[in-house]
Structure formats: structure tokens, C-alpha cells
Design a protein around this ligand. Sequence first.
Ligand SMILES: [Zn+2]
Length: 400
Amino acid sequence: MKYKTITKCRICGGGDLKHVIDLGEQPLANNLLSNPEEQVDLYPLVLMQCQACSLLQLTAVVNPEEMFTNYPFRSGISQFWQEHCKKLAGDTAINGGKMVDIGSNDGTLLECYKKYGMEVLGVDPSNLANESNTKRLQTLKDYWSTEIADKYGFWDIITALNVMAHTDNLDEFAQAVNIGLKPNGKCIIEVPYAANMIKNLQFDAIYHEHLSYFTVEPLRELSAKWGLFIAEIEMVETHGGSLRIILTKTPPCPLEKVVFIAPEINSNDLSNLESRIKDHYEQLITVLQELSPFASLLYCGYGASAKAATFFNSKQCPDELKQGLKFIVDDNADKQHRYISGVNSKIHSIDIFAKQPEWMPIVIFSWNIAESLVKKLREDLGYKNPIIYKGENGDWIVKQ
Ligand SMILES: [Zn+2]
């Protein structure tokens, strides 16, 4: 079975799932091709919202074997991510303590905690687990489970950064945290904040790997179900605004500390999502037309991310935008010389700019790291053409 369709909420089991947006049948966003003509499987990309606990979730759950065995995203590649991990470890590490990182990827976060004298363990089902093992960061090539928590716990710190969105069985996830955490331990979770995603039109963060899109309430419901408490909540900058939540096995004191004042999802923004997405594409065409000295659209992209795949494969994306894209640049060597499914433009290294003397605006698809990419293009590369990326409320920002 390549995918299953859910009819009940992943957290509360409620059956009242309301349609939010249909982005059409799409290929897997991280499945890069060596030949653009290659035939790939398509899966429905439809977002629903549980009317009981408010969790946003996809209807289709693609078999994880299809998605995570050859995972091309390497977390250590981004300078921004490395800094984020260093800071988190610096703020929370306990010298001589034990920690486990769920979804440890290439071991970037493990390495940071190890430097602070912690005994570290990674858990990651992808081939990147082998890579972190070669760096002497013990990593289980597996999915996080109650068996792992039983066998390898207790931990002072459990981290799960950008993992819960990928997790189908959230009950087992939370139960395993409860089993593996020391009585006074902390579980640090980071998830992209769905209220920001809806408000800022980050619909291209919707792809098959991300099964759920979180706000505070569904997380509170899940935690309570498995004897965990939300002890702290804060916003961090990753992925266009993420929630960092610290879970404990004992109730926080005082409870008021965890009152969260950021806005939850605006219902108008949710019901108008389809028309806002269509406007968003049309606005990009207008921006490119106004900038261009040519009759037809011509531009290149930066960031062959899963976001770019959703951006181009959504049924709302006009053909004109697909045809006008000349090539995409990505700093990850594993992605270069390949193609995003459904997009005929090749992925190159940044060196291509040195060979491209002609006029060419850049659209940054990795909007979550847009500012650092703008700096790199302008200061390191001396790139003079316009740079365009998505800003607050989904408006296109143009740097001339
Ligand atoms: Zn629910």
C-alpha cells in the first residue's frame, strides 16, 4: 500500500474533519529525479482541520518507506540551523547527563550536546543515520518507539525538532517520551507554527511528509493524554516561526507561565486560503513582468526545497510560472544536477551565476532562510539583479 486515507483525527480521534485546501495530486516533494521525464507516483495533497481539537492534518498518509529511506535534506548544511542547534544545546545541556535526539538527521544537534559533555543517542530512519554513526555519534537507524524508550532510556533531555509533523502515530510518540524521560527530565519539541503558516501563506510548507500542522491546543491535548505537561512555550525563528514547547512529567509551577498569547489561526484566513493562494501566484507574475525587460517571463530560483516542489506542483500554480523558470540553484551537492518532480528546470550549484552574465532575477523558494541567502548573493557573490522572496502575509518582497 503506497498511502492510506485518514478519516479520524490523529490526536483526539474525532471524525469531524473539515476541508481546508486541495493542492491537487502531487509527487513526493523531496523525491528529486535524475531525468525530468521520469514517471513518478502522485498522491492527493489535501489539508483538513479537526473540528474538535483544531489539528490541521493531511488526508493522505504516504507509506514512510516511500519518503524517508533516501532523505536528501541534510540539516548541517545550513549555517542558520547550526547556530540554532548550538544555542539550544548551550541553553539546556547538562554536563554528564544523557540525551536522545529524535529525527537526528546528520547528527548536527547531537554533536552540539556532546560538546557539553552529554552522552548522546540519535534515532533516525533515513540513510543519514549511517553518516552520524561514522562521526562517532551513536545513532539507531529506526523510528522512535516505545521499544527504543524502554531499551535505552532514561534521558535528562529528549529533543524532537521538526519531527512531530512527520509522525503518523502521535500517541506512540508521546507515550515513548513518557517512558523514556527521567522524572525531572525535559522533552524539547519544535514544530512549525501553523497559525503563521496560514497567516503568512506558507502553503508551500504543506507536503506529504508533513502529516500534521500544529498550534498549541492540539499539543496540549496530546500531552495530557500521555501524562505530560506543557511547562514552557516560546516562539523561535526557524521555518518561518516555530513553537518550542518543553514537556515535563510533573506539572509546571506556576501554571500561569505557560499561558500563550500569540494569535491562533484566524478563521477568515483559513476559509479564504484558496483565493489568497491564487492571488499570491498572480502577484508573482505581475512582479516578474514589471521587472523584466523581456516579453515573456524569465527568472531563476534559489532553494530546490520541498517548498519549491509544492509551489510548482500545486494545481493553483499557473503554467506561465513553470515555463519561465530557467534553472534552480541549491547549495546541497546531493541535489545538484537533478530535477524536482514536475519541474523541467535543472538544479545547479551557485557557481552557475558566475557563468550567467545576462539579466536574471532570482526568486528564493527557501523563504525561511531568505535573509541569509540575500546576504550571500549580494555580499559574497556581488549579485546585482533583483531578488524576490515571500515575506509577512505572503506578500512578495523585491530587493532591487
Ligand atoms: Zn482532533
